[in-house]
Design a protein around this ligand. Structure first.
Ligand code: 13P
Ligand code: SF4
Length: 365
């Protein structure tokens, strides 16, 4: 039975402890009807409630496999969109705070990507020679764009496999919105740096000449993650000087120089796995978001492993951080009372094309 929607006002000032009691009560009331999916970057006071956790690839698979009525996504907007795209019509993807976006995803819009495609068409036949590849950190309409133009989605854990697939279709790739993941992926495939050109969406023809466009194997959209850009090669150098036996692991959203100087590069899921599987007593420097690094450090401490954050300054994903106990309690209470709040719904025509590209990705990877 539906009651009047509960306003967020009273939750805004609710103490964390009270929120936790109300989260537990609402979850008990919802039972199997709600499943909580949590990205690795979620804060500890939310992560403790996760039914399912993972990186973007794992979470998109899990979203497609759950049968719960409500998929409460503790992550960011594009992740909840993927959950909506991949679930059945009776299921609803819920994002506890609608302001939890991804600043990198916002660096590419459909209008700018369409303009880029038009401009590329002035130099070459884009639909014949370029496969558009969008990182999963992008809006659903960009995934739909890729669906419409023979392209595909990738995540940080399958970008290499997806790029190989993309090159089998056509000779070039337009990769958006993260230039760093695109560059690192191209580098691991042996593509020279001068055949990976940055496309600046704010400049005419991306700031490139026709010859540069013709020469490029990969066109890299000028986008980045504001969290991962904080990590610098100097941080790695200092660590190596102080701990010559230490090991360095970074997320591929870090700059090329950081990735190049790391011992391992991979998705959040890979970072967790490599450090958990490492020998006791090892010392790690990790280039990814702080909530994950802190959690991992605590988990492996009993085995004598030391896990250290790469940057001397705090850098969290401020948008992930927005999902707090207040928003989760408010969301779950409303759902338990029959009020659907903060539903993420991708328009049908976009969802169908976007689903095609996500399914293509899941089949390839
Ligand atoms: P993962 O897919 O590796 O979890 O990365 C998602 C993300 O947004 C990293 O910043
Ligand atoms: Fe987006 Fe960066 Fe946050 Fe990942 S860490 S969700 S890429 S802003």
């Amino acid at each position: 039975m539906q009651t009047a929607r509960i306003s967020f006002d009273s939750f805004n000032t609710l103490q964390d402890e009270a929120c936790h009691q109300r989260i537990k009560a609402a979850r008990a009331k919802l039972g199997q009807r709600a499943v909580l999916l949590c990205h690795h970057y979620q804060r500890a006071d939310i992560y403790q409630y996760a039914d399912l956790t993972g990186d973007s690839l794992r979470l998109s698979r899990l979203a497609s496999q759950t049968d719960a009525e409500f998929i409460v996504f503790c992550g960011v907007h594009f992740m909840a969109e993927v959950a909506d795209i991949m679930t059945k019509p009776h299921q609803k993807a819920i994002l506890p705070d609608l302001a939890a976006g991804c600043s990198m995803a916002d660096m590419a819009s459909l209008a700018k990507v369409e303009r880029c495609w038009r401009e590329l068409n002035e130099v070459l036949n884009a639909d014949e020679v370029i496969t558009p590849v969008t990182y999963i950190n992008s809006a659903a309409d960009l995934k739909a764009f890729c669906g419409e133009h023979g392209g595909i989605v990738c995540t940080s854990s399958n970008a290499g496999t997806i790029a190989q697939w993309a090159f089998k279709q056509r000779e070039k790739i337009l990769f958006f919105p993260d230039q760093h993941l695109g560059r690192w992926t191209g580098h691991t495939m042996g593509i020279p740096l001068d055949e990976m050109m940055v496309w600046d969406p704010d400049l005419e023809m991306g700031g490139l000449t026709a010859d540069e466009i013709r020469k490029a194997k990969i066109l890299l959209w000028k986008g980045h993650c504001s969290v991962h850009q904080m990590f610098q090669p100097a941080h790695i150098l200092k660590f190596r000087n102080q701990h010559p036996d230490g090991l360095v692991i970074s997320h591929p959203e870090c700059s090329f120089e950081v990735c190049k100087q790391s011992d391992f590069v991979g998705s959040t899921e890979l970072i967790v796995k490599v450090i958990k599987d490492a020998k006791p007593g090892t010392h790690w420097l990790v280039g990814t978001e702080l909530n994950l690094v802190n959690r991992l450090a605590e988990e492996v401490k009993p085995e004598g492993k030391i896990v250290q954050f790469m940057s001397p300054t705090v850098c969290m994903c401020s948008t992930m951080q927005r999902i707090d106990p207040q928003h989760l309690a408010w969301t779950l209470e409303n759902l338990a009372e029959g009020n659907i709040v903060n539903q993420i719904k991708v328009p049908e025509h976009e969802a169908a094309l976007a689903k095609l590209t996500v399914e293509r990705m899941l089949a390839v990877s």
